[in-house]
Design a protein. Structure first.
Ligand SMILES: Cc1ncc(COP(=O)(O)O)c(C=O)c1O
Ligand SMILES: Cc1ncc(COP(=O)(O)O)c(C=O)c1O
Lengths: 430, 494, 430, 494
């Protein structure tokens, strides 16, 4: 009962003020047959005992050191500046609601406006929204935008899209009667071509070419992008993709066993009215002072109801704030540097792993950044052996793709120092 | 106090962060990758030093009202105290540093937390299983509707309509539409509850489900809920519970007992996970046995004394988002439940109802009440009685901001003109509510005596009322190519 | 070089504005012979590498679980509400300076005013100051107050005062030419009688009697008190002591390898002008609004210089804030409850330990609260054995007191749950 | 915004914390302890629920200016950015949860940190050993003077005087007096530096030490420091360095090389440990070989590859406080030094000097400067030129508060009338300094055009100028028994 406030005397005084004798008089609308005597849960605990329980649960998980974590697959260990948590742990940010009253919410609103700008800059597109739940739903919502925009009912997915994003895309599409097809070419029924750059295996795809071929069929091109990669790789806006969507976990968020992370979505100007979720714009007061407001709300559920572009309401604002702090801290140079460090280490590691007898690069003809697939004999046994040595080895992608038996994807970032690569290779050798 | 944008404070070559070197022998990306895959122009991110960044965000934070400093009586949002210990729990490296693709044997603590949270939520709402996957309330609604759809389809029953009361939250019809349903509105009766007659009229074998919240968005308990359930079930439709208002009756009664088949919960409302200025939240969905086969995969299951993620669920609707839900928020909600216990959660609901009725009583005579009392955990007043002075709900809201209170929800639910929806929650003291009532009294007086001044509220905040219409117009101009200013993002002046 | 701001261009622009060619022109007053080419320290590191180093240092320490820590001796493991760090980690508190500008420092000033009131209430004395460095210096400063007030040059210490406090008292006294004497009785030369309640061994002393005898000799009575004990024990004000001084670590502060903690000092009204350090008082502005200010500054070094009551300037404000949050969170009932829990567990443990063959209570005729001395054969070996089992056993006080060979003091608080006591006893048995 | 006192918000039986039970069989204290040792009346602590407590302190926090949100150019205080990573380092359980009486073999990491920090500080100031024990600068001064005293005594030389320049900080004479020395003031010359002639006149075999800071409190480097040292040492006295101003020349020159024998450092100034609204800080003292035997015990020593606490120091002055210093602050300072490195610390000092000279240049013409430039890391201006308009340094300070800047140090050093002592530090941007200069310009203009308005500054803060004289008078009345209100604490109205 830690978080109650009233004293017994105050409860009595309030009942008296209302003019009733007991709480039951306030609950008269509840049919007596529905009343339950008590909630069947243990009694409350002191904070000390509560934390003892929670600490015990946390202690029953095994945390792999960041430098010895080589598993990615959509979630990565990266250096997170201390500045990030110092900002997101400010109660003024984390205990506020969606900024419905702009005069009393400029902190949240301006930070979202900055996030929108940062994402638009990173993707080289015109406008980004305030945030989505995650990369999977961002991609699915992007496909919904294309469906609304083109009036077409098919989405073509090219290459290795993250399998969970694929599932979510199917779930979204299913409700709206949209067909999701794995393929290589759009046609006149195609609303959008979706591709991931780098793809789920870490490999680079011909994003400009895919965009062009989508456009030739009158479809939109949706690029699912890794935000850190955009410090090096051509951004969607540069090669003409219409919508960029992706997962922002790498921008200052912990793995957190899968969430909360943050999705982002950006698009060309003419698609802005199709965007799901919150949008913040600049505004002015009567004295000419600049401020920020939620805007273009006519797209949203609370105004448009069943005709809204999406049902999203609560999104992932605080995670977007974390991403903003991260991007602002790193700057374009900092992001480029970590992207390059990951690139170099992954290339060094790929060479060393491919040199192990029986191991070989899975798609040797393809380029990659900091995650790459390698075919090994007895993948599961290798991973178990590494785990025993405190190393979280590559991701076994066979689980999702039948054709990829024995393929593990390894990831390197700035947290995997050179000595950690040595340790990995040594552990594999032993 | 104001604060420029980070972009406006940026200077080329301002002192930036030091970062680790690669420290391996490998070529540069530019040496290997084809030119057309490389970025041509670097992104225009701001360049600021760490001291400047920290000051920037500290100053921005101070521009916000928040529960930490203000009473935040935002109806339907259950802005209760966010316990600090929850934040400590969620920040434990044993949780934050878990990779979602680690082996199950290495995350037994995490799975156990999810299992126990599921059990606790089942007990609170009276259902058989709960999925923790949905990211927020709206996603929970959609997840539930997809399960209901799958259920009907599994029986060869292609139902195409979802009924939604006129007082429902916007996400309800939107989620129904996203699932491909036609939305049919059901009217409220004069007492603010759903009209049984209208419901009866709208029900048909085409109807897949009725979505309701209880207490409804007017803060009123749907006292004929058992009749509603009977009517709905009689036609083969299912009853869906929007759990935004669950804070009204934990330990007092349970949606499952009322006849609801599927229930979403907002952990960021009832279970104190912070709202973060717009999320992240978490929107678990509880279901009765009939719907269990359709739960999103994976579920957490106990096998041979170990907990497992069960992906092999042939009838599952699949995945609604990546991984297993907003795990960090689940940690917070579970920590809250452990600290409160069954006794504490019940007392929380009792106090929430008591507070709302007390504050309602104190405001009666100042503002119109939408309906007679008692209310449950919130109530809807109206600024209608101030219309003669040209005062609207918006003016009342701004008057409150000026007096150091956040504003109630306004203009929702749509069925009440000039609605002012007040939810004090159990974590606000009588003293705070009394001060709020005094502020409303002042505002009502100001409405009579100097409405013009009230129109200009709020004073003393970082900005005055912002011209949202002008913003929309400028965006329009931009979208139509008549202006270079995107309004939705900062752009360097060329 | 993490925390710099200027760009090279800005540095150049500023030099140009000043009208000098280089930094050397600004450093002309430094004799060239004094200039050094560089600082002989390693180069700066990235935040990531810095934290790797610091984490490695932290990992080279052994942390005993709080529940298995039975060592006290002036520093105790206790339940610290999460609220404490949530308040003290607010940058508005921790990055402010001493509140010289009251209009812009009301948060700090009001919280100090609350601290002063809390300590005055706890000790049942009239006024408390803003904080001291620690318990040791608080006691020493209290003795200096008595010296100034009485004009006498001797301090009598009765019983087992914390040996480090004794050392600091000697150091302070030495400079001012005051004699410190261990004894039992004051005489006409005695400025003050100092006693600790409970004493360093955890034993209760006859505080009322000692106070009375001090007063009989015209000396002041200085009680060195444990703030948690005051929820149960008679406070100095109730038995007429003139000054209370003590260590506030138990009020929400971690052991921190010995600091920072916080000292407090409270006194009777007629000694207020002798108080060292900061004092905050209520004030009003022209509009009649109440606020708080630093006051009675004529006692202090920045005004009185060599005639100040003390040289203290920077004190331990943030630790005092932690203590305020703690006391406000616990309230009188909460503090009483933890004091009682410690009392009961210590008494249960004392009985169980005294039942071990060869072990016996060191002062069986004396009462104690939650820390007690027990005489054991081979103390150091016992402690080493416990340490091997993860238990931080009692404190070997022989180090300071020759007469206490084989005496260990054990402490219990609310963190040592009943099962932990069992584990301790089992470990001793095995 | 204002906030009542916690005591004023307290209500009997307000919901309090749950705490663990004893869970053992043992009697109550009241059953065992003699009545006269038991408390008669419970202390009057406030009773508030956790949600109320958190809001209380959140609101109090928002009443403060702080480096995190404002430029805080408080001369002599080096209010530079406090790195957030320092706070993370200091909060590691591997540091916070160490008991000071744990065995040395279990705290090798902590001892190693202290050892390395000592080495680093030796390198920065050019001494042989450093004690980390003193809790703050003032305690460092006193510790050093006691070592100097012990040194002289060890040579049978009973010196009784300490020389202190007239521009010195108040703690200097106070620390000297606390050590039993007679304080003799040395005058500054017209150029703001110590007068060699006056020094020479005051030096005698009775003098134990000269206390100086360099740059002195006027921000000026004592360019004749080598002559000063020679004079002082020639009489057998020692030279003491008050390190408050060390931020001026890290990596540029070293007090040890200038001839200082003992040096205190304020880690809460130069080395970024936060000031906490008035501490805790840390005031390590470095000494040359002559003074090493007298260092407080324990020191950290390396023996057989292990680090040890050495208590056996026969000539030690003993202990100046409990345990080993403010260890938590040492962690922060060491973390800062590692991050900055030798190169970074040097650049920090260069930037600090550059910033001060730049801001000084921008303010020239607006305010009088105490002395000619260049200055080092800070400078002293004066509001003297505004006296004609009846404006004092205090008014300038309040005008700055009103403009969202904290105020510089005023009325110190005492040798400058209406002193305004400005220290921008290296972590403030040119943009911020420009904005500050603009604010001063506005204030100077306001002083001319509407001095009455400036007298009423600050507006818009939680309170206006507070009547400190009335407070002192009321305290007096209380102390003399003429009033019941203690003023220095809250008291319930009877
Ligand atoms: C009644 C009601 N239903 C549904 C929702 C949607 O929940 P969420 O914002 O978590 O998506 C809300 C929240 O605003 C609500 O108040
Ligand atoms: C010049 C000078 N010397 C000494 C001190 C005293 O330092 P502390 O406040 O840490 O005791 C200060 C701090 O205000 C100072 O500015």
């Amino acid at each position: 009962m830690a978080y109650l406030v009233h004293s017994p005397e105050e409860r009595a005084a309030m009942l008296a003020a209302i003019g009733v004798a007991s709480m039951d008089d306030l609950l008269i609308d509840i049919p007596p047959s529905l009343r339950i005597p008590a909630l069947e849960l243990p009694s409350g605990l002191s904070e000390f005992e509560t934390m003892a329980q929670i600490n015990a649960l946390a202690a029953r998980n095994r945390v792999f050191a960041d430098r010895l974590t080589f598993r990615g697959g959509g979630v990565y260990r990266r250096f997170i500046p201390a500045a990030v948590a110092a900002v997101t742990s400010k109660p003024e940010f984390y205990t506020a609601y969606t900024p419905y009253q702009p005069e009393a919410s400029q902190g949240t609103l301006q930070s979202i406006f900055e996030f929108q700008t940062l994402i638009a800059e990173l993707t080289a597109l015109d406008v980004a929204n305030a945030s989505m739940y995650d990369g999977a739903t961002a991609v699915a919502e992007a496909a919904m935008m294309a469906h609304i925009h083109t009036g077409r009912n098919e989405v073509v997915v090219v290459g290795y899209l993250h399998p969970e994003y694929m599932e979510v895309l199917r779930a979204f599409s299913d409700g709206r009667g949209i067909k999701v097809r794995k393929g290589t070419e759009a046609n006149s029924k195609t609303a959008a071509v979706v591709f991931q750059q780098p793809d789920f295996l870490g490999l680079l795809v011909d994003a400009p070419g895919l965009t062009e071929s989508a456009h030739r069929a009158g479809a939109l091109a949706i690029a699912c992008v890794d935000p850190i990669s955009l410090a090096i790789l051509a951004p969607p806006g540069e090669y003409g993709a219409d919508i960029a969507a992706g997962e922002g976990q790498q921008l200052g968020l912990s793995p957190n066993y899968g969430g909360p992370h943050v999705g982002f979505i950006a698009c060309r100007k003419d698609l802005v009215r199709r965007l799901p979720g919150r949008l913040v714009g600049a505004a002015h007061d009567a004295a000419g002072r600049r401020g920020f407001v939620l805007t273009l709300t006519a797209r949203e559920q609370h105004i448009r109801r069943e005709r809204a572009t999406s049902n999203i309401c609560t999104n992932h604002s605080l995670c977007a704030l974390a991403a903003s702090v991260y991007m602002t801290y790193m700057g374009a140079d900092g992001m480029r540097q970590v992207a390059e460090v990951g690139f170099k280490r992954a290339h060094a590691l790929a060479d060393r792993l491919a040199a192990i007898p029986g191991w070989e690069r899975a798609f040797p003809e393809r380029q990659f950044l900091n995650e790459f697939p390698i075919r090994v004999p007895k993948g599961p046994a290798v991973l178990r052996k590494l785990a025993r040595k405190g190393i979280l080895g590559g991701l076994d992608v066979h689980r999702w793709f039948r054709e990829l038996k024995g393929v593990l994807t390894f990831t390197c970032t700035e947290v995997n120092d050179a000595r950690a690569l040595d340790e990995l290779v040594e552990a594999l050798g032993s | 106090m104001t604060e420029p944008l980070s972009f406006e404070k940026s200077r080329p070559n301002a002192h930036g962060p030091r970062l680790p070197d690669a420290d391996v022998d490998a070529p540069d990306p530019t040496a290997i990758l084809p030119r057309e895959l490389l970025r041509a122009r670097p992104p225009g991110l701001p360049r600021l030093s760490e001291p400047e960044i920290m000051r920037h965000y500290s100053r921005l934070a101070s521009l916000n009202y928040s529960i930490s400093e203000q009473f935040y009586p935002l109806g339907s949002c259950t802005m209760k105290y966010n316990p600090v210990v929850n934040e400590i729990a969620a920040a434990l490296p044993g949780f934050t540093d878990l990779h979602p693709y680690q082996g199950e044997d290495t995350v037994q603590g995490a799975l156990s937390l999810m299992w126990r949270l599921e059990q606790a939520l089942c007990a609170v709402v009276g259902v058989d299983r709960v999925t923790l996957q949905p990211a927020a309330g709206a996603q929970g609604e959609w997840t539930a509707l997809r399960m209901i759809q799958a259920y009907h389809r599994s029986r060869g029953d292609a139902r195409t309509q979802v009924l939604v009361p006129d007082s429902a939250h916007g996400t309800n019809p939107a989620s129904a539409a996203l699932s491909g349903f036609e939305v049919v509105e059901v009217k409220s009766g004069p007492d603010g509850r759903i009209s049984l007659a209208d419901l009866d009229a709208k029900l048909s074998p085409k109807v897949a489900a009725l979505m309701m919240t209880n207490p409804n968005t007017l803060g009123l308990f749907e006292n004929e809920i058992l009749d509603v359930a009977e009517l709905v079930h009689a036609t083969g439709a299912m009853l869906y519970y929007d759990g935004a208002n669950l804070n009204a009756f934990m330990g007092i009664c349970r949606p499952g007992d009322m006849g609801f088949d599927a229930v979403h919960m907002n952990l960021h409302k009832t279970f104190t996970t912070p709202h973060g200025g717009g999320g992240p939240g978490a929107g678990p969905v509880g279901v009765k046995a009939d719907l269990v086969p359709f739960l999103p995969a994976p579920t957490v299951e106990r096998m041979n004394g170990q907990l497992k993620l069960d992906f092999k669920r042939p009838q599952s609707i699949g995945r609604v988002r990546s991984f297993y839900g907003n795990f960090g928020m689940l940690v917070r909600a579970y920590t809250y439940i452990v600290a409160m216990g069954g006794d504490g959660l019940k007392q929380a609901s009792l106090d929430a109802v008591l507070s709302a009725n007390y504050l309602r009583h104190e405001l009666e005579g100042l503002l119109e009440m939408s309906h007679g009392g008692p209310c449950m955990h919130e109530f809807v007043a109206s600024a209608h009685n101030l219309a003669g002075d040209g005062i609207k709900a918006l003016d009342v809201a701004k008057g409150l901001l000026e007096r150091d209170f956040y504003a109630p929800t306004i203009y929702f639910p749509l069925v009440v003109p000039e609605a002012i929806m007040v939810e004090p929650t159990e974590t606000e003291s009588k003293g705070t509510m009394d001060a709020f009532a005094t502020a409303i009294k002042e505002i009502v007086q100001q409405a009579r005596e100097s409405p013009a001044a009230l129109h200009e509220a709020p004073h003393g905040l970082p900005v005055g009322r912002l011209d949202e219409v002008a913003t929309a117009r400028q965006i329009n101009a931009y979208l139509q190519g008549q202006s270079e200013d995107p309004v939705l993002r900062w752009k360097p002046t060329p």
